[in-house]
Design a protein around this ligand. Structure first.
Ligand SMILES: Nc1ncnc2c1ncn2[C@@H]1O[C@H](COP(=O)(O)OP(=O)(O)O)[C@@H](O)[C@H]1O
Ligand SMILES: [Mg+2]
Length: 383
């Protein structure tokens, strides 16, 4: 969303814009007082206008009312260091959407923005996050390791939600965190009617500010409660609020996993260069073709690849031609060290061929540098 912040306090501007940019919001900052409100609203047409330094004077609210009347599409959020019940009531009457303390806590700020986003009329039609689905061709191929570690490396540049869809025996969280989840995807499914962005975020484990993991249920029998329609609802919401939604899928194809695969922009079947994996990969590709997935949607990840192995790139290409292939090297010792400690490999060491390969994969998925620079320049010019 495009969010404009007006504040007389440079530190508040800096803190708020940093908190919002970490969630990939487009932020314009204006140092100054509330008298700038109308000009910013008219000139920059933000979707949200955060106005700091509003105090208890109801007289100031007439300025606000002008903006909310002339620009009903802009959600005005006021930040006040003190607030009386009377002021709150008048603020709401003036068409203000939210009143937060000044300066607001990061969580409160994100929650308010999420509420505004959820109420926007066009919100349902807007989903911009990319869904990446990882699926094993054979158990133990390294799917969860690659999904979790790619998610972590992507989250160094973008916001990421990883969803563990191995509903019975999912272990994705343990690859990047030692936390025990207090709620899981089963809790979200149970309460699907009241799920919104903040509920979804609170149900996931926060690994870093940019990476959350929605864990699989602790109790395998709770898996039954998660239905394909829940996956749809969760993905609809998640793609509006995260740049990337990474799915760690089980090996079986059923209505639930096909729902998830249908929704994915990129599907990554994971295999090792061995005959049983290859056979399963051929079958899986055949099914993808019958589901009408374009070849460009699929990229095979050949994990633990050893150049000196019996099955080399030419053999792989011959059996699995048509779709793209990416090779991830074998690094048993360092990968085992990361997995056993429950930390992402890139956090342990940058000096690993596996980290470099995942870094290249992340770069290919992220918007091009040029796009980002162009966007930044535009933002600076405007601010
Ligand atoms: N590139 C790699 N190099 C070395 N070991 C790996 C690599 N990828 C995965 N592994 C090992 O394989 C094991 C199984 O991986 P996992 O992600 O649990 O597989 P899956 O989810 O496909 O069943 C991991 O515990 C990890 O130690
Ligand atoms: Mg797994």
């Amino acid at each position: 969303m495009k969010i404009a912040i007006i504040s007389p306090n440079a530190q508040h501007l800096e803190d708020m814009s940093q908190a919002l940019r970490s969630r990939s919001q487009q932020v314009l900052v204006f140092e100054g007082g509330k008298s700038r409100m109308r000009q910013v609203a008219e000139h920059d047409l933000p979707e949200v206008l955060l106005v700091d330094g509003m105090c208890c004077d109801p007289g100031e609210l007439s300025l606000v009312e002008q903006v909310t009347t002339l620009h009903p599409g802009i959600a005005v959020v006021l930040l006040c260091s003190t607030m009386s019940p009377e002021f709150l009531l008048n603020a709401m009457r003036a068409g203000v959407r939210e009143v937060l303390p000044s300066p607001p806590g990061v969580e409160a700020l994100h929650a308010a923005i999420d509420r505004v986003a959820a109420k926007r009329p066009a919100a349902a039609a807007q989903s911009s996050g990319k869904v990446l689905a990882f699926m094993p061709c054979k158990g133990g191929a390294g799917t969860t390791f690659l999904a979790t570690n790619l998610a972590w490396q992507l989250s160094e540049h973008a916001s990421v939600l990883l969803i563990d869809l191995n509903l019975q025996f999912g272990d994705a969280l343990s690859f990047v965190s030692d936390e025990t989840p207090t709620s899981t995807i089963a809790d979200v499914a149970r309460d699907i009617h009241r799920v919104d962005a903040s509920f979804l975020a609170a149900s996931a484990v926060t690994v870093t500010t940019n990476l959350r993991v929605l864990a699989a249920p602790e109790d395998p029998s709770a898996a039954m409660e998660v239905k394909p329609e829940h996956i749809d609802a969760i993905l609809n919401l998640a793609t509006r609020h995260y740049d990337f939604v990474v799915l760690d899928l089980p090996r079986q194809l059923d209505t639930l996993s096909i729902h998830a695969l249908d929704r994915a922009q990129h599907v990554f079947p994971v295999l090792q260069a061995a005959l049983p994996d290859l056979r399963n990969a051929v079958k899986l590709l055949r099914i993808f073709r019958s589901l009408d997935y374009a070849n460009e949607k699929i990229e095979l990840l050949v994990n633990r690849f050893d150049k000196a192995g019996e099955i080399g790139s030419p053999e792989l290409r011959k059996s699995l031609g048509g779709v793209g292939q990416r090779v991830i090297p074998d690094a048993a010792k360092e990968v085992a060290a990361a997995v056993n400690r429950g930390v992402p490999l890139a956090k342990l060491t940058r000096n690993s061929a596996v980290v470099r390969a995942l870094g290249e994969m992340a770069t290919a998925l992220l918007p091009q540098q040029d796009d980002q620079r162009g966007l930044l320049q535009r933002l600076f010019r405007r601010a």
